[in-house]
Design a protein around this ligand. Structure first.
Ligand code: ATP
Length: 465
């Protein structure tokens, strides 16, 4: 049933990027970024927010494919950080937080970026992101840098008075610290153990930009891993290696990642040691995730401010102590962007150029597309039946319009790893064709073996849905 020749594959490409760290790759060129941005707009990954009203600067809505992509990134993190570990439990804390939390944590005083104004064009900039002149008008008449607090303040209840001020959280981490005792007592975990959370955080960034790289609201994926203080360095190293391996496992080439230790003066107010996992974005290295040793800074600060001792009582030694927190903190949208930039590719199939998104099968928005060969009524019931069966295990797309070759291309372009084609023979022989994205190879299989075959291909890629 093929109407494609076998592709002229770059033989260094492995089928279904499940294999970690594929080694050296050339530097990403700037056109990659444009290509990803175009794809995101054209195929409905990302829309400008409030677009029919002219948009809201640097704010985005995620469309149908984008919502699936982000969900897959969250799930991949959740599987690795919560589901597959017995030493981590999740929470979901509130976004609105008491000012007391941010006063104690030091964020009210120090969660700032240095702000400068251009006296000529009045634009405002983050001092550490520009040189000596205004990137907008070139003037070097800039004000002195002054600290600008990034937290969004709001008013809770009907009266706008000081007593009712609340903040939108700028990190999810404080939810883990202030619930430390609640979690300890309700789960009977003991260090080393972690509390994990995925949720929305808000920062009034001075210069958002680079598409979705820096926005004012974003989802974070954070773990606070509480350890005996003397084990902190060992766990820090462990999480640096573990988290880097996660990005490689889901398709980022090893040579496009690096671990960059912070210089002393760069450390956040709560950290004694931080390393960033950076990705080689087309505009240069940029942070995907930070791993920090926050020591007992937060538990101690909240104990002092609240009067509640946030400690662990070790029954074997009879000692009370405050564990250190090792924090891997990543962003969902930055990870999604890095996966897209790593996956976007072109090759030639049957003498034609094709755009293909070589996403890991569990990161791809759709895992399987069910494509009846034609829209004829005789095929629809069987195709719908195949769809319904696969939807029990996979995220599926269904598409019955246009020539089959065009439909394959549309699925290649959004990264769907498998297409299942139902043709006229299928009605009698109860067989379908499975076509793989990366090689465009096709196999014909009995319907009764279809789900098992696909699950097998996923587990070869290192994971199952
Ligand atoms: P940056 O130096 O880029 O401002 P940060 O060091 O302040 O980042 P962290 O406080 O370590 O960031 O936050 C953890 C993660 O949250 C980051 O690695 C990033 O993936 C994500 N993140 C932080 N700020 C933003 C933002 N404005 N937009 C999107 N993601 C963000």
């Amino acid at each position: 049933m093929s109407n494609e020749d076998s592709p002229r594959e770059d033989s260094s490409r492995r089928l279904l990027r499940g294999d970690p760290g594929e080694g050296e790759r050339p530097e990403p060129d700037p056109s990659l970024f444009e290509e990803v941005v175009n794809l995101c707009k054209r195929r409905g990954f990302v829309f400008p927010s409030s677009e029919i009203y002219g948009g809201l600067r640097s704010t985005y809505d995620w469309g149908p494919l984008g919502a699936l992509l982000l969900q897959n990134v969250r799930q991949a993190w959740w599987r690795a950080m919560v589901q597959q570990r017995s030493d981590v439990v999740p929470i979901e804390a509130a976004v609105l937080t008491s000012p007391k939390v941010w006063e104690a944590s030091g964020h009210l005083a120090t969660f700032t970026d240095p702000l400068v104004d251009c006296r000529r064009c009045k634009e405002r900039w983050r001092a550490d992101q520009i040189g000596d002149s205004c990137p907008n008008c070139g003037s070097d008449d800039l004000t002195e840098a002054r600290p600008f607090n990034l937290m969004f303040k709001t008013f809770v209840g009907p009266v706008e008075e000081d007593a009712a001020i609340a903040y939108l959280r700028p990190e999810t981490a404080q939810g883990m610290f202030v619930n430390f005792l609640n979690v300890l007592q309700s789960t009977r975990k003991r260090p080393p153990f972690g509390i994990a959370q995925i949720g929305r955080s808000f920062r009034n960034e001075i210069t958002p930009g680079n598409f979705v790289f820096r926005t004012r609201e974003f989802d974070q994926m954070e773990l606070e891993f509480f350890v005996p203080p003397e084990e902190a360095d060992r766990w820090f190293e462990y999480w640096c290696a573990n988290r880097r391996a996660w990005y490689e496992r889901y398709g980022i080439p090893s040579s496009w990642l690096r671990l960059r230790p912070h210089e002393e003066e760069e450390l956040s107010h709560y950290s004694v040691r931080t390393s960033d996992i950076e990705f080689r974005f087309p505009w240069g290295w940029g942070e995907l995730e930070g791993i920090a040793n926050r020591t007992d800074y937060d538990l101690r600060a909240h104990s002092e401010a609240s009067g509640v001792r946030l400690e662990y009582f070790d029954q074997t030694t009879g000692e009370h102590y405050m564990p250190y927190a090792i924090e891997p903190a990543g962003g969902v949208t930055r990870a999604a962007m890095a996966f897209l930039l790593s996956a976007i590719d072109r090759d030639e199939v049957a003498g034609e150029q094709r755009s293909v998104l070589r996403l890991h099968p569990l990161i791809a928005p759709y895992q399987v597309a069910v494509l009846p060969l034609s829209k004829k009524e005789t095929l629809t019931p069987l195709a719908r039946q195949v769809l319904a069966e696969l939807q029990g295990s996979f995220v599926c797309d269904y598409d019955e319009t246009q020539a089959i070759g065009r439909r394959y291309r549309r699925q290649d372009e959004i990264g769907t790893p498998f297409c299942v084609t139902v043709d006229f023979d299928s009605i009698d022989d109860k067989q379908v064709t499975v076509r793989e994205r990366d090689t465009t190879e096709q196999v014909r299989l009995p319907l009764s073996k279809l789900a098992e075959h696909l699950l097998g291909r996923f587990s070869e890629a290192g994971d199952t849905p």
